[in-house]
Design a protein. Structure first.
Length: 62
């Protein structure tokens, strides 16, 4: 099974938002990148926008 590499997402945010994300990541022992990804996934899940997991992509091909 080939695992896809992650991709880069550059964005600008208010410094206070960055500080809040950094604080939240620190509290949960996550990296800022991992915290942002988790927040995006949670938002998408709550809003009904499916985010497929890597293993789901391969299940359809079999």
């Amino acid at each position: 099974m080939n695992a896809k590499k992650t991709t880069t997402l550059n964005l600008r945010v208010d410094p206070l938002v960055k500080d809040a994300v950094r604080y939240a990541a620190n509290q949960e022992h996550r990296s800022v990148a991992n915290m942002v990804e988790m927040m995006i996934r949670q938002y998408c899940r709550d809003a009904g926008y499916p985010v497929l997991e890597q293993n789901q992509l391969f299940d359809d091909a079999q």
